[in-house]
Design a protein around this ligand. Structure first.
Ligand code: SAM
Length: 247
């Protein structure tokens, strides 16, 4: 049976030709081709009304760069015809940092509208008037929101039912229980004189699980003390990691 309304990303951008881009290949691309999700990239400039089709203007109060106009962006959002059930996101370095927990929520819903900023950003009035949720993909500044939107969409799409094989369900990945993932190994058994840790080839599933858990805890404590503290407070990890891994 085919899904009557697959997960859908509606992207508002000044560069619709950037989509699907990398989302059109590999896992996400195959899922797109088979109808497990949909993407619509809409040109913000189509909502410009003046004869120069301008979308931006100089910042009120002065300063460098240009700002996306509230009236043009609001018209573009309204023209997209998004129902109230769909989240409205604005990719923004000022936003709340994207987490796997938020990705899971977004993947479970009908799919978001995503506004991609450019220039110095977006007039605050349209953010407020259209209830845009600002989302950041990290503490650095990109030149536009498109690559950030692609990162968010990719993270959601791989969680949609039927996209990943059952051998890669995502349940043991980094962040799935607040910890970073344990180290992975595969053949050859010996690489440049270094063997696969013997426990992983012992066939003892309980010992493998315990080793992986200890490695996850040690990595998280060494590399992400912020996550480690949260995990320890939730009881997901010990106060001190059981194992030491080189961070
Ligand atoms: N002047 C803005 C500031 O300092 O916050 C930066 C604007 S940036 C050059 C242009 C656009 O890129 C932003 O409006 C946003 O859509 C996108 N962008 C840049 N960095 C981002 C990030 N870390 N996460 C999400 N979107 C980002």
């Amino acid at each position: 049976m085919t899904n009557p309304s697959p997960w859908r990303a509606t992207v508002l951008t000044l560069f619709p030709e950037m989509f699907p881009g990398p989302l059109g290949v590999s896992l996400a691309g195959r899922a797109l081709a088979s109808g497990l999700w949909q993407i619509e990239a809409r040109d913000i400039r189509a909502s410009a009304t003046d004869r120069h089709r301008s979308v931006d203007d100089t910042p009120a109060g002065g300063g460098p760069g240009m700002v996306l106009r509230a009236d043009v962006l609001a018209a573009a959002i309204d023209a997209a015809g998004i129902g109230p059930e769909r989240p409205r996101l604005l990719m923004s370095p000022r936003g709340r940092p994207l987490t796997q927990a938020r990705v899971v929520e977004l993947a479970r819903g009908p799919g978001p509208l995503i506004v991609c900023g450019r220039f110095e950003g977006v007039d605050q009035r349209v953010i407020d008037a259209r209830g845009l949720e600002e989302v950041s993909i990290g503490d650095y500044v990109l030149s536009g929101g498109e690559i950030a939107a692609m990162a968010l969409i990719d993270a959601c799409v791989r969680l949609l039912p039927g996209v990943m094989g059952k051998e890669a369900s995502g349940t043991e990945e980094s962040f799935s229980d607040g910890l970073l993932e344990y180290p992975q190994y595969t053949r050859p058994q010996l690489f440049e004189g270094v063997p696969i840790p013997a426990i992983l080839t012992s066939g003892d599933h309980a010992k493998v699980a315990a080793w992986r858990r200890a490695e996850s805890e040690a990595l998280t404590a060494a590399r992400r003390p912020d996550l480690w503290e949260k995990a320890a407070n939730r009881g997901s990890g010990q106060k001190t990691p059981k194992n030491k891994t080189d961070g």
